[in-house]
Design a protein around this ligand. Sequence first.
Ligand code: FES
Length: 237
Amino acid sequence: MRKYIKILRKQQENTFWQTFCYDTNKSQISIAHVLLELNQRSPLKDIEGKEAEPIQWECNCQQGKCGACAMLIDGFPALACEEKLDIHMDTVELMPLQKFPVVKDLIVDRSSVFENLKKMQVWIKGKGPVKQENQKEAYCASQCLQCGCCLEICTSYTGGDEFLGMAVLAPSVRIFSVSKGKEKDLMLKKYRRYVYEGCDEFHACDHVCPVKLPLAQLMAHMNAQIKKAVGGDRNEE
Ligand code: FES
Protein backbone atom coordinates (compact mmCIF):
# COMPACT_ATOMS: atom_id res chain seq x y z
CA MET A 1 0.00 0.00 0.00
CA ARG A 2 1.42 3.39 -0.98
CA LYS A 3 0.22 6.54 0.76
CA TYR A 4 1.19 10.17 0.52
CA ILE A 5 1.36 11.95 3.85
CA LYS A 6 0.78 15.65 3.26
CA ILE A 7 1.65 17.75 6.32
CA LEU A 8 1.06 21.43 6.99
CA ARG A 9 4.36 22.46 8.51
CA LYS A 10 5.25 25.54 10.50
CA GLN A 11 8.87 26.37 11.03
CA GLN A 12 9.80 29.76 12.42
CA GLU A 13 7.50 32.12 10.52
CA ASN A 14 7.09 29.85 7.47
CA THR A 15 4.00 27.74 6.94
CA PHE A 16 4.06 25.30 4.01
CA TRP A 17 2.80 21.91 2.85
CA GLN A 18 5.25 19.07 2.57
CA THR A 19 4.42 15.59 1.28
CA PHE A 20 6.13 12.32 2.11
CA CYS A 21 5.75 8.94 0.44
CA TYR A 22 5.00 6.02 2.73
CA ASP A 23 4.90 2.37 1.69
CA THR A 24 3.69 -0.40 3.95
CA ASN A 25 2.40 -3.97 3.81
CA LYS A 26 0.94 -3.74 7.28
CA SER A 27 -2.74 -3.13 7.79
CA GLN A 28 -4.27 -1.38 10.76
CA ILE A 29 -1.28 0.85 11.46
CA SER A 30 -1.97 4.21 13.00
CA ILE A 31 -1.10 7.69 11.77
CA ALA A 32 1.15 7.98 14.85
CA HIS A 33 3.02 4.88 13.69
CA VAL A 34 3.54 6.49 10.26
CA LEU A 35 4.88 9.71 11.81
CA LEU A 36 7.26 7.78 14.05
CA GLU A 37 8.58 5.80 11.06
CA LEU A 38 8.98 8.90 8.89
CA ASN A 39 11.05 10.53 11.62
CA GLN A 40 13.31 7.48 11.79
CA ARG A 41 14.41 8.03 8.18
CA SER A 42 17.86 9.49 7.91
CA PRO A 43 17.80 11.74 6.07
CA LEU A 44 14.05 12.37 5.85
CA LYS A 45 13.20 13.40 2.30
CA ASP A 46 9.95 14.68 0.80
CA ILE A 47 8.47 13.41 -2.48
CA GLU A 48 10.63 15.89 -4.42
CA GLY A 49 13.75 14.38 -2.86
CA LYS A 50 14.35 17.48 -0.74
CA GLU A 51 15.77 16.94 2.74
CA ALA A 52 13.25 17.77 5.44
CA GLU A 53 13.44 18.55 9.13
CA PRO A 54 11.98 15.85 11.43
CA ILE A 55 8.22 16.29 11.81
CA GLN A 56 7.33 17.89 15.13
CA TRP A 57 4.27 16.43 16.82
CA GLU A 58 3.27 15.41 20.32
CA CYS A 59 2.87 11.84 21.45
CA ASN A 60 3.00 10.24 24.84
CA CYS A 61 0.95 7.13 25.62
CA GLN A 62 0.20 5.87 22.07
CA GLN A 63 -2.90 4.28 23.57
CA GLY A 64 -5.51 7.02 23.23
CA LYS A 65 -5.18 7.92 26.88
CA CYS A 66 -3.26 11.21 27.06
CA GLY A 67 -4.74 13.31 24.22
CA ALA A 68 -1.33 14.72 23.22
CA CYS A 69 -1.46 13.54 19.59
CA ALA A 70 -4.74 15.30 18.66
CA MET A 71 -4.55 16.84 15.19
CA LEU A 72 -6.65 17.35 12.06
CA ILE A 73 -6.54 14.22 9.93
CA ASP A 74 -8.13 14.87 6.55
CA GLY A 75 -9.83 17.86 8.15
CA PHE A 76 -11.29 15.95 11.06
CA PRO A 77 -10.02 16.25 14.67
CA ALA A 78 -8.74 12.89 15.92
CA LEU A 79 -5.98 11.21 17.88
CA ALA A 80 -3.11 10.17 15.60
CA CYS A 81 -2.40 7.08 17.70
CA GLU A 82 -6.00 5.85 17.30
CA GLU A 83 -6.66 6.78 13.68
CA LYS A 84 -5.86 4.02 11.20
CA LEU A 85 -4.01 4.79 7.98
CA ASP A 86 -5.90 2.40 5.71
CA ILE A 87 -9.29 4.05 6.15
CA HIS A 88 -7.94 7.12 4.34
CA MET A 89 -7.54 7.82 0.62
CA ASP A 90 -4.11 7.73 -1.07
CA THR A 91 -3.21 11.18 0.21
CA VAL A 92 -3.70 11.84 3.90
CA GLU A 93 -3.61 15.46 5.05
CA LEU A 94 -2.33 16.27 8.53
CA MET A 95 -2.75 19.71 10.05
CA PRO A 96 -2.40 21.10 13.57
CA LEU A 97 -5.63 21.87 15.45
CA GLN A 98 -6.72 25.31 14.26
CA LYS A 99 -8.27 26.74 17.42
CA PHE A 100 -4.98 26.86 19.30
CA PRO A 101 -1.74 28.74 18.59
CA VAL A 102 0.59 26.57 16.51
CA VAL A 103 3.98 26.06 18.14
CA LYS A 104 5.67 24.02 15.41
CA ASP A 105 4.34 21.68 12.68
CA LEU A 106 1.58 19.65 14.37
CA ILE A 107 2.22 20.89 17.92
CA VAL A 108 -0.24 23.40 19.37
CA ASP A 109 -0.32 25.30 22.65
CA ARG A 110 -3.40 24.09 24.56
CA SER A 111 -2.65 26.07 27.71
CA SER A 112 -5.93 28.03 27.20
CA VAL A 113 -7.80 24.83 28.16
CA PHE A 114 -5.93 24.65 31.45
CA GLU A 115 -6.38 28.39 32.09
CA ASN A 116 -10.13 27.93 31.54
CA LEU A 117 -10.19 24.95 33.90
CA LYS A 118 -8.68 27.28 36.52
CA LYS A 119 -11.34 29.88 35.70
CA MET A 120 -14.03 27.28 36.34
CA GLN A 121 -12.35 26.42 39.65
CA VAL A 122 -12.58 22.74 38.90
CA TRP A 123 -11.53 21.50 42.29
CA ILE A 124 -13.25 20.40 45.47
CA LYS A 125 -13.10 22.45 48.65
CA GLY A 126 -13.16 20.14 51.66
CA LYS A 127 -14.67 16.68 51.45
CA GLY A 128 -16.64 15.88 48.33
CA PRO A 129 -17.83 12.29 48.19
CA VAL A 130 -19.59 11.40 44.95
CA LYS A 131 -23.19 10.40 45.58
CA GLN A 132 -24.26 7.14 44.03
CA GLU A 133 -26.79 8.82 41.72
CA ASN A 134 -24.03 11.07 40.34
CA GLN A 135 -21.37 8.43 39.92
CA LYS A 136 -22.07 7.78 36.25
CA GLU A 137 -21.65 11.45 35.25
CA ALA A 138 -18.65 11.88 37.56
CA TYR A 139 -16.90 8.86 36.05
CA CYS A 140 -17.65 10.03 32.50
CA ALA A 141 -16.36 13.50 33.28
CA SER A 142 -13.13 12.17 34.76
CA GLN A 143 -12.28 10.42 31.47
CA CYS A 144 -11.94 13.65 29.46
CA LEU A 145 -8.44 13.89 27.91
CA GLN A 146 -8.59 17.67 27.28
CA CYS A 147 -7.22 16.78 23.84
CA GLY A 148 -9.13 19.67 22.22
CA CYS A 149 -10.94 17.62 19.52
CA CYS A 150 -14.35 18.75 20.79
CA LEU A 151 -13.25 22.40 20.78
CA GLU A 152 -11.91 22.09 17.25
CA ILE A 153 -15.25 20.87 15.85
CA CYS A 154 -17.42 23.12 18.04
CA THR A 155 -19.30 25.84 16.15
CA SER A 156 -19.73 27.90 19.33
CA TYR A 157 -16.19 27.78 20.69
CA THR A 158 -13.83 30.35 19.21
CA GLY A 159 -11.27 30.52 21.99
CA GLY A 160 -12.15 34.13 22.75
CA ASP A 161 -15.77 33.99 23.89
CA GLU A 162 -17.18 33.19 27.29
CA PHE A 163 -18.36 29.76 26.18
CA LEU A 164 -15.56 27.43 27.23
CA GLY A 165 -16.49 24.28 25.32
CA MET A 166 -16.78 20.70 26.50
CA ALA A 167 -13.06 20.10 27.20
CA VAL A 168 -13.56 22.40 30.16
CA LEU A 169 -17.22 21.77 30.91
CA ALA A 170 -17.02 17.97 31.00
CA PRO A 171 -14.56 17.92 33.95
CA SER A 172 -16.69 20.58 35.65
CA VAL A 173 -19.64 18.17 35.73
CA ARG A 174 -17.65 16.05 38.15
CA ILE A 175 -17.18 18.97 40.52
CA PHE A 176 -20.79 20.10 40.24
CA SER A 177 -21.91 16.59 41.03
CA VAL A 178 -20.08 16.56 44.38
CA SER A 179 -20.82 20.15 45.44
CA LYS A 180 -23.98 20.80 47.40
CA GLY A 181 -26.39 23.30 48.88
CA LYS A 182 -25.90 27.04 48.53
CA GLU A 183 -22.30 26.63 47.47
CA LYS A 184 -23.43 24.58 44.49
CA ASP A 185 -26.23 27.01 43.55
CA LEU A 186 -23.82 29.94 43.66
CA MET A 187 -21.33 28.03 41.53
CA LEU A 188 -23.98 27.16 38.97
CA LYS A 189 -25.31 30.72 38.80
CA LYS A 190 -21.84 32.14 38.48
CA TYR A 191 -20.74 29.82 35.73
CA ARG A 192 -23.89 29.37 33.69
CA ARG A 193 -22.65 31.85 31.09
CA TYR A 194 -19.75 29.50 30.41
CA VAL A 195 -22.18 26.66 29.86
CA TYR A 196 -25.65 26.65 28.37
CA GLU A 197 -25.77 30.28 27.29
CA GLY A 198 -22.99 29.66 24.77
CA CYS A 199 -23.80 26.29 23.22
CA ASP A 200 -25.68 26.38 19.91
CA GLU A 201 -26.64 22.71 20.34
CA PHE A 202 -24.85 21.59 17.19
CA HIS A 203 -23.48 18.67 19.26
CA ALA A 204 -20.66 17.78 16.86
CA CYS A 205 -18.47 17.43 19.98
CA ASP A 206 -20.45 14.34 20.87
CA HIS A 207 -19.47 12.76 17.56
CA VAL A 208 -15.72 13.46 17.60
CA CYS A 209 -14.84 12.78 21.24
CA PRO A 210 -12.02 10.16 21.02
CA VAL A 211 -13.07 8.51 24.29
CA LYS A 212 -16.72 8.61 23.25
CA LEU A 213 -17.90 10.64 26.21
CA PRO A 214 -21.63 11.35 25.96
CA LEU A 215 -20.93 15.09 25.82
CA ALA A 216 -24.43 16.19 24.84
CA GLN A 217 -25.78 14.18 27.76
CA LEU A 218 -23.23 15.71 30.16
CA MET A 219 -24.15 19.18 28.91
CA ALA A 220 -27.86 18.40 29.38
CA HIS A 221 -27.13 17.16 32.91
CA MET A 222 -25.32 20.38 33.77
CA ASN A 223 -27.96 22.56 32.09
CA ALA A 224 -30.67 20.87 34.14
CA GLN A 225 -28.80 21.65 37.34
CA ILE A 226 -28.21 25.25 36.28
CA LYS A 227 -31.85 25.70 35.33
CA LYS A 228 -32.85 24.46 38.76
CA ALA A 229 -30.34 26.77 40.47
CA VAL A 230 -31.35 29.93 38.56
CA GLY A 231 -35.07 29.18 38.63
CA GLY A 232 -35.24 28.44 34.93
CA ASP A 233 -34.86 32.04 33.81
CA ARG A 234 -32.19 32.09 31.12
CA ASN A 235 -31.96 35.88 31.26
CA GLU A 236 -31.84 36.23 35.01
CA GLU A 237 -28.71 37.96 36.36
S1 FES B 1 -0.29 9.61 22.24
FE1 FES B 1 -1.61 9.64 23.98
S2 FES B 1 -3.57 9.83 23.04
FE2 FES B 1 -2.25 9.57 21.34
